[in-house]
Design a protein around this ligand. Structure first.
Ligand SMILES: [Zn+2]
Length: 369
């Protein structure tokens, strides 16, 4: 069996091909977090002040019916964003993106939250036959980031709805404290539309017609010029932790936990806890647990104990695997071949990465000058 070198502080190891260690054996993620994490710690007074300032800014800039938009998945982060929006007396439009895989618990959480907060909810339902064909294509292509399809579509949908309702602010659940330290090789840039198109052209049976898209340049430009709205990472303005958020959500909304980060969708669970570890040897639990260690929520020993357990409970895996394969229309043999085929890089397909390489070079030059 291959032996992996593990960081002396966290549980990240050389299953991440780009990890680096200093002389003391501390990984680059721990080193980076050491300087950054402190900027996300606030006194209770400062927290209140941050939220108050944000609320004033959002309210004073609002022109239409809604002052902001929240993508609500029913998971911890987005649910807590909705909770904060209520506390800040905002009136967001909540958007639920239904890609065909959301668990009943997630949907019930969403309903509980919008009902109690009195927020409007718009549900975007994906063209399932087309989306299913795209997901099949990504599996056949052998690339790592199959979730980029959902992330891309959410991004494009939020952009369209924001425009339709003339909303400036997007309240995002992204946050440094619980999400930092994700190896870049474990995912792909979500905006890479040429990549999606090329993979679909090579492996799909349907043309992209209704799947919401947005090209990178438009996305980048609108972000730079503020045309795509302003993203507010609200959770980066408070002392955020999952444990604290879950406690509040349970109390306020009778919100239910579905177990595991991002497991609010059956597909995401299957993808993270089976597909990634089995095909790529990437176990995202290591990233999430390491973030918790650095944040002082758990000890390394506790994390190691967690990792001793299989990422998927075997009986549940059998049930979920059967469900996912049937829904995607793969036979057992077909899927076995997909799992056994050598992994491919997203750059084995068309991509607009070259534009971003030029962009990064220019930025570096500007920095060095
Ligand atoms: Zn580390």
């Amino acid at each position: 069996m291959l032996e992996y070198k593990t960081c002396v502080r966290c549980v990240m190891d050389t299953t991440d091909p780009d990890i680096r260690f200093n002389e003391q054996g501390v990984c680059n993620y721990c080193e980076e977090a050491e300087s950054l994490l402190s900027s996300f710690k606030f006194t209770p007074g400062k927290e209140q002040e941050n939220l108050k300032t944000l609320a004033e800014r959002i309210k004073s800039d609002s022109k239409g019916k809604y002052d902001s938009i929240v993508g609500l998945s029913g998971g911890v982060d987005s649910s807590y964003v909705a909770y904060l929006a209520r506390e800040m007396k905002l009136n967001p439009l909540c958007v639920h993106f239904d890609n065909g895989w959301n668990s009943e618990i997630a949907v019930s959480n969403i309903k509980k939250i919008v009902n109690k907060c009195g927020f409007d909810l718009e549900t975007y339902v994906i063209d399932w036959p087309e989306f299913r064909d795209l997901q099949r294509s990504f599996f056949k292509a052998g690339v790592v980031d199959i979730e980029m399809l959902t992330d891309h579509a959410i991004m494009a949908t939020m952009f369209q709805l924001r425009k339709k309702y003339k909303i400036k602010y997007i309240l995002s659940g992204s946050n440094y404290v619980t999400e930092h330290g994700m190896p870049t090789s474990w995912l792909w840039r979500k905006q890479d539309l040429p990549n999606i198109k090329d993979i679909q052209k090579k492996f799909g049976t349907k043309k992209i017609k209704n799947f919401p898209t947005m090209n990178s340049i438009k996305f980048q430009l609108s972000k730079m010029l503020g045309l795509g709205g302003t993203y507010i990472e609200i959770l980066n303005n408070i002392n955020y932790s999952k444990a604290m958020a879950m406690e509040v959500l349970k109390k306020e909304f009778e919100w239910e936990y579905y177990g595991g980060k991002h497991y609010e969708s059956v597909f995401t669970k299957f993808y993270q806890a089976y597909f990634l570890p089995e095909k790529f040897n990437y176990d995202k639990r290591k990233v999430h647990l390491s973030a918790q260690i650095r944040n002082g929520e758990i000890t390394k020993e506790e994390a190691l104990k967690d990792l001793l357990e299989a990422p998927y409970e075997p009986t549940q895996l059998r049930i979920d695997k059967q469900y996912v394969l049937k829904k995607l229309g793969f036979s057992d043999e077909e899927f076995e071949d997909i799992m056994n085929a050598p992994p491919k890089n997203h750059l084995d397909y068309a991509s607009d990465e070259w534009i971003f390489n030029i962009w990064r070079k220019l930025r570096r030059k500007k920095k060095d000058a």
